[in-house]
Write a protein that binds this ligand. Structure first.
Ligand code: URA
Length: 475
């Protein structure tokens, strides 16, 4: 019997190294006992652990799909995971190359079930972590307590780094904790709930917000408890409100029916920046014609044409991007290139018809640097953005949308104010005036530029979730 001791049972690299060494040594799965962090997959003592310098087999012939599956499954709390994965690896490299295609195989079915449980746990952590603000020696620190079912902290922490890059935060869980100081992510030992602060002003604000956005007309208790399982409630400040809100739902719904529509009261003062000069007059079609002749900044000269907004004059939702790219410049339409394709894919996933939206950009000309035959995208500077503001302001003035969706920081800062921080504030409602709300999310090009398929898939999922905020108005 060969015994393998892994210090960290969910560390994919450590398991892979050990598995390669076992393969090189020709150790059949039945002859291997795995032990990690004090837990073993079998009873009884084994032989000493593999020497660190044991040779490793090349596992180049193993499908990438298996490696990615193994990476996820290793976060599962079941102590049998190392053994099952090694058995699968052995079978894949000993004549069963198509193993992963046999969904009914016990090992394959188990691994997929385990991966699904881990992914669900990761999703819950992204949705239900709630930070509390604490005064630290160097300013505010945000601390959250969370109790995942699996060892997912290391896998989910990069999501929080991307989302809250500008904050200093710690996420404490019983198994391990993650700390971000604005520059470095550190993973450390687990903590106790008492280490995390409870209750503060932020929570009060969040509770008020939750009570305001809670819509009794759309109450589906079963769906709600599935999506927000009761086991997470104890760490969610808003959860204390849920039983009362459910109880009051029918009375509140009747009151809503009886009442005229109102705008939500949560107010983040962030008026749409007025254009410096009086707004250009005329209908949208006339504005488009005028903008064709715009010479307010030098960008018109090398560009093929002005790329003005497009969509219905009575659209309830206006989507604002940054500036046209190469393909938009040639087509004369916003979001006609790769960013547009990704945006269309997100809309399709949400069942939103692009034709019902008015889509435009902060800056209406393509800015580029020529490189041989290629035109490399260049970001419009502050003067160029300011010169174009009259057109966006006039478009919004004519359309008077109920919702403005900003894609990317340039759009968000032009519309919500220069101190808007996209990564910290994406997906948050901004009340612009009595009639209009807005929110911002990342620009599709940010997702397209991320390295690695997994990172892109995760960012796309978040993007779709943010854009889901349009759904109610998109009809
Ligand atoms: N990026 C934008 O912001 N707008 C477009 O129209 C295309 C790409």
């Amino acid at each position: 019997m060969q015994s393998v001791v892994l210090e960290d049972g969910s560390d994919f690299a450590a398991w892979r190294t050990a598995a390669r060494q076992l393969l090189a040594a020709g150790a059949p799965p039945a002859q291997v006992q795995w032990q990690a962090g004090g837990a073993t997959d079998l009873f009884g003592a084994g032989q000493p652990a593999l020497p660190a310098d044991a040779p490793a087999a090349a596992v180049g012939r193993v499908p990438r799909e298996f490696m990615s599956l193994a990476d996820t499954v290793l976060a599962h709390s079941d102590p049998r995971r190392h053994a099952v994965l090694y058995r699968m690896l052995w079978r894949l490299t000993h004549g069963e190359r198509n193993l992963l295609q046999i969904a009914s195989d016990d090992d394959v079915a188990w691994a997929h079930m385990a991966a699904k449980a881990v992914r669900r746990d990761m999703h819950k952590m992204k949705a239900f972590v709630r930070f509390r603000e604490v005064d630290g020696p160097d300013g505010a620190v945000f601390i959250a307590w969370f109790e995942p079912s699996h060892d997912i902290v290391a896998r989910v922490a990069p999501f929080f780094v991307r989302r809250f890059t500008g904050m200093r935060w710690s996420i404490l869980t019983p198994l391990r904790s993650a700390h971000w100081d604005g520059e470095t992510l550190r993973l450390q030992a687990g903590a106790e709930k008492a280490d995390a602060p409870t209750g503060d002003a932020l929570e009060d604000l969040w509770r008020t917000y939750f009570a305001n956005i809670f819509n009794p007309a759309r109450l589906k208790v079963r769906a709600m408890t599935q999506e927000m399982p009761v086991r997470y409630w104890k760490n969610l400040p808003e959860a204390a409100l849920i039983p009362g809100l459910i109880q009051d739902a029918s009375a509140r719904m009747q009151a809503m029916v009886d009442k005229a529509p109102t705008m939500p009261q949560l107010r983040i003062p962030a008026p749409v920046k007025p254009a410096a000069a009086p707004l250009p007059a005329g209908s949208l079609a006339e504005l488009r014609e005028q903008a064709r002749q715009c010479r307010a900044c030098p960008l018109w000269q090398p560009a093929t044409q002005t790329v003005f907004g497009e969509g219905p004059e009575d659209a309830r939702i206006v989507v604002v991007g940054e500036q046209p790219g190469d393909q938009e410049d040639l087509a004369g339409q916003p979001f006609a290139g790769p960013s547009g394709e990704l945006f269309n894919r997100a809309l399709a996933q949400l069942g939103i018809d692009r034709a019902g939206l008015y889509i435009t950009n902060t800056v209406k000309h393509f800015k580029f640097e020529p490189r041989g035959k290629r035109r490399l995208h260049a970001r419009a500077n502050a003067q160029e953005q300011a010169a174009c503001r009259q057109w966006l302001a006039a478009e919004l003035d004519r359309i008077r949308p109920a919702l403005i969706v900003c894609l990317g920081a340039m759009a968000a800062q032009n519309l919500f104010g220069g101190d808007f921080r996209l990564l910290a504030q994406r997906g948050q409602w901004i009340t612009l005036d009595q009639h209009t709300r807005g929110f911002a999310t990342v620009h599709p090009s940010y997702i397209l530029r991320l390295p690695g398929e997994d990172a892109r898939a995760a960012a796309f999922e978040e993007f779709v979730r943010d854009l889901g905020m349009m759904r109610e108005l998109a009809g």
